[in-house]
Design a protein around this ligand. Structure first.
Ligand SMILES: [Zn+2]
Length: 161
């Protein structure tokens, strides 16, 4: 059996007034933020689901149910740290992670390095193991109309004996 396992994750949160915008654990200056039970960091959530999927574990909602008040406004870096513990239990290590954020505004590229450093710290990785890219949806659909931000993530895990 191959020691490698691929994972895929997707998440989307609504953009609303009077919420901080947190992506990849970094708070970005913007007039709107993402709505959710946690800090609504869709990038970190997509990564968490990719990692869990690759490990054959249940999704993020299983570990952090959104009807549990304990997880209200939880920092999603705590979610990533918990996910790392879970995949370590299965003797899996992270080879790399790649992601794409879908957002019309703000411009995200200036924050990629800070996001990578934050995620790398949570997952005990180097920044070289994390890819972050962003694209708009050309003003089409809810993301293009600045009503939501979404993220895709893939990852590769390796089983270590
Ligand atoms: Zn989410």
């Amino acid at each position: 059996m191959s020691p490698f396992r691929i994972g895929f994750g997707y998440d989307i949160h609504k953009l609303v007034e009077k919420r901080p915008l947190i992506l990849g654990g970094v708070e970005l200056p913007h007039h709107k933020g993402l709505l959710g039970h946690s800090d609504a960091d869709c990038l970190s959530h997509a990564i968490a689901d990719a990692l869990l999927g690759a490990a054959g574990l249940p999704d993020i909602g299983h570990f952090f149910p959104d009807d549990n008040p304990t997880y209200k406004d939880i920092n999603s870096q705590e979610i990533l740290k918990t996910v790392l513990k879970e995949i370590k239990k299965s003797q899996l290590t992270i080879v790399n992670i790649d992601t794409t954020i879908l957002a019309e505004k703000p411009k995200l590229a200036p924050y990629f390095e800070q996001m990578k450093a934050t995620i790398a710290n949570s997952l005990e990785l180097t920044v070289y193991q994390i890819g972050i890219k962003a694209t708009t949806t050309e003003q089409i659909g809810p993301i293009g109309l600045e009503e939501a931000i979404a993220a895709y993530a893939v990852c590769l895990l390796e089983k270590r004996p």
